[in-house]
Design a protein around this ligand. Structure first.
Ligand code: LMR
Length: 334
């Protein structure tokens, strides 16, 4: 028979697997959207240890089963993070208390911190040494910061947080405004925190080869684009009564696919532990432009010049991340 040669099975851990984002993510993971059409996937799903969560997860597993995905070799379900992360090559940390209407992301900081302490420790103990960890649960930058501090035997570069949703939102707004296809837009980057303080930066963006700043005016950028992108999460919560799920899952797929496979020389946005570039304090998990170079490696794009306004925006969002790191300092010390 002419079966293609299959790669080694990838073990993929997903926390909060029966939640809204999990429901939008798992089927795409199992279909090959991240690891490709020749890579079998084993899903290792974590949910809380209560009847409702266990029943919901069982239902999701029945649906995964019914899809008869050719690449899905096995599904493990557990409420023990060490089991979920056992030998994991990739991990999507989604499970956390989500933001409800009227809540600020900072309200979540101490509520969700202990989850990421425990999961950092479990990853340290059980995961593959080259695991790629993507933190989606909010406040994702600081949750990733907490997690990697509890995984001293893993390279901090194994950890990242999701700002791809913000970058995708920025691209979508530019495409709509200029009536150009999404695929013609390159070089959008989003700096800082996945919060209202983020800095979506179009100074290096091009649209079908033309500088974006020549196609949209400054007033639109300042008065519409920036606040729309930065507060989109809240607008979705207001409209749906729940936080974004399908778009968050889609961005998680984009993030992990590019990280795993390489971004083909394109600049993408990931929140990663700072190496001190641009005066961003070392270790803070900050949204930055990176190029994924394949095999799970990435490089932070260097030598970017900021306008005065851009620099002020970067400083503001970085200051917020520093403040968050101070708030969770007791969780780091434990
Ligand atoms: C989003 O950006 O949609 C999510 O992070 C949800 C939120 O709290 O904003």
């Amino acid at each position: 028979a002419n079966h293609p040669k299959l790669n080694k099975t990838v073990r993929v851990a997903v926390t909060g697997a029966a939640g809204n984002i999990g429901y939008a993510l798992l089927f795409r993971l199992a279909s090959g959207a991240v690891f490709g059409p020749n890579t079998p996937v084993q899903l290792q799903l974590l949910e809380r240890d209560n009847e409702q969560s266990k029943a919901a997860l069982q239902g999701v597993c029945m649906e995964l089963f019914d899809c008869a995905f050719p690449l899905l070799t096995k599904v493990v379900t557990t409420s023990d993070p060490r089991v979920a992360f056992d030998g994991a090559n990739a991990a999507f940390l989604i499970g956390s208390m989500p933001r409800g209407a009227g809540m600020d992301r900072s309200d979540l900081l101490l509520a969700n911190g202990p989850i990421f302490q425990e999961q950092g420790r479990a990853l340290d103990e059980a995961a593959d040494r080259n695991v790629k960890v993507l933190v989606v649960g909010n406040p994702c930058n600081t949750n990733a910061y907490i997690a990697y501090h509890h995984a001293p035997n893993l390279d901090p570069k194994c950890f990242s947080a999701m700002m791809r949703l913000d970058a995708n939102r920025a691209v979508a707004q530019l495409a709509e405004k200029t009536q150009k296809p999404v695929c013609s837009i390159q070089g959008v980057r989003v700096w800082g925190n996945h919060s209202n303080s983020m800095y979506p930066d179009i100074t290096a963006a091009t649209i079908a080869g033309t500088a974006a700043t020549e196609l949209v005016d400054e007033a639109w950028y300042n008065d519409y684009f920036l606040p729309t992108v930065a507060t989109r999460g809240g607008a979705i919560i207001k409209a749906r009564g729940k936080s974004s799920a399908a778009s968050a899952a889609s961005a998680a797929i984009d993030h992990m696919r590019d990280w795993w496979n390489g971004s083909d020389g394109r600049v993408v946005t990931m929140a990663v532990p700072s190496d001190g570039s641009y005066g961003i304090p070392e270790g803070i998990v900050c949204g930055m432009p990176v190029i994924c170079t394949g095999n799970g490696n990435y490089e932070i794009v260097k030598d970017i010049e900021f306008t005065a306004a851009g620099r002020a925006r970067l400083d503001k969002t970085v200051a917020e991340l520093v403040k968050e790191s101070e708030t969770v300092a007791p969780l780091i010390a434990e």
